[in-house]
Design a protein around this ligand. Structure first.
Ligand code: PRP
Length: 216
């Protein structure tokens, strides 16, 4: 049996929908339940439902042979796994966002920028490239509030529709990286379980983009 770690929420639904197209289905009872391990009818796969940031941990440690998470998570945690497949869903971007007034420009010019984020490593690297000194304020959710209430000069977060920024009076100041859902594979499992992993990748692949050779 192949164990696949899925980022709970939107990506979980999209990944299961993609697998269902190939006949891999999970019963509605399981989907409606609070179970954290789901099994599909043929017994070929089981699915672990975990927080997005935990997907690479389960895969790196080999508890799951493969996983589905956003590229944002891979950029932040840089796990030692193969990343053979862009799943072509879960599109969003990592961006710097802030208020539309002059606070950003003033802070950007004069002193260390205070940046609130769930992505401290991505943030540090981005501002290092711009040679801008930053104080990172790590948060775990509703990051936009930090910019609205002045806890930070700006935020680094994912933006999908842009609605959260818009409805809180914030705007994108810089785009850092485009994001989509990726399938990642444990390095040992990729070689030891090659036929079964190849079959999984075929089932997950968007019809227009077959799985490529693994990349780091
Ligand atoms: C994510 C992200 C933004 C929002 C962006 O939050 O952190 O807040 O979605 O989506 P939008 O551009 O479509 O409005 P999530 O729903 O994961 O919750 P969180 O803020 O608690 O992390």
């Amino acid at each position: 049996m192949i164990t696949l770690a899925l980022a709970k929420g939107r990506l979980q639904c999209a990944a299961l929908a993609r697998l269902a197209e190939g006949g891999v289905t999970v019963s509605p009872e399981q989907l409606d339940s609070r179970r954290l391990v789901l099994e599909e009818a043929t017994g070929e796969y089981r699915f672990l439902l975990v927080k997005p940031g935990d997907v690479p941990i389960y895969v790196e440690h080999g508890v799951a042979q493969a996983g589905v998470c956003g590229r944002d998570i891979l950029l932040e945690y840089e796990p030692d796994v193969y990343e053979p497949l862009d799943l072509d869903f879960g599109f969003c971007r990592l961006a710097v966002a802030g208020r539309t007034d002059t606070a950003w420009q003033a802070a950007n010019r004069l002193s260390k920028l205070r940046v609130a984020t769930k992505y401290p490593r991505v943030t540090q690297k981005h501002f290092q490239r711009r040679a801008t000194p930053v104080d990172i304020i790590p948060l775990t959710g509703s990051v936009e509030l930090a910019a609205v209430l002045g806890l930070a000069d700006c935020i680094v977060d994912i933006v999908e529709t842009g609605r959260t920024l818009d409805e809180n009076g914030l705007t994108i100041l810089e785009t850092i990286a485009p994001v989509s859902a990726r399938c990642i594979v444990n390095r040992a499992a990729f070689h030891l379980e090659r036929p079964r992993i190849a079959r999984l990748l075929e089932r997950l692949a968007p019809t227009s983009a077959p799985a490529s050779a693994p990349t780091a």
